[in-house]
Design a protein around this ligand. Sequence first.
Ligand SMILES: [Fe+2]
Ligand SMILES: [Fe+2]
Length: 273
Amino acid sequence: MQIRIRILCENQASGAFKGEHGFSALIEMGGKSLVFDSGQSDTILQNALISGVNLREIDGIALSHGHFDHSGGLLSLLDVSGPKKVYLHSHALEPKYFISGKVKRFIGTPFTRDALESLSRELVFTKDMLEIIPGLHLSGEIPRVNDPDYREETLFREIKGNIEPDPFTDDQSIFIEGPEGVIVITGCAHAGLINIISYAEDAFGKISAIVGGMHLGMGMSTEKINESLDYIESVCPLRIVPCHCTGLKATARMLERFKNRTIPGHAGLLLCF
Ligand SMILES: [Fe+2]
Ligand SMILES: [Fe+2]
């Protein structure tokens, strides 16, 4: 069975594809398909059109987490695709903020639950791992084995009127049982790249590829980048596709270290397994 992963939204783009700060990928396997994340705007529609993807034929949509750059295109997508099942963690719909000094910016889902429900066939709230398509699993909550107390200083959520550091319980990844091992697809990897990969490995065995936002940019220390790269090296994936929030520094180090196993992601990229 062939598995095809097409990047529909990404910070970089090739040819006629449009780039935007965000992430979305279409996964096709065994005659079924799932859109994972929706980018931040209707760019997903334009890029799907250029790819020759008929969004009406997709079987479902999953969200990695509630940030706008992964969920902002969702209503536009549902408008075109027609009602589909949408898989997400309930905490993805909590208000989320970037706060630094006097700057406070809303960065959560730019729609209400009512609006989402009205366009979806069903909202499926996931906390535990769920097999959406045979061989394709949405991770559910990721156990924080590595660095359990780590919080990002500028990222917050609002819960019952209180604003607190975001623990990212909503952060989920996709694990696909591929022909050469597990393909891990991350949205922003807020749960920690090492936690995500080790959870996938514990559940399904050898890792064959890591694709998606790995959250090693935006002020991430060299120590943290090196720790993540050491871990990637230890699981020895055949392909590493850094996207979105992986950051230029970490991507450059991956190219240096993992050579042609590293394929920097961009809108329009098609990966076949
Ligand atoms: Fe992101
Ligand atoms: Fe994010």
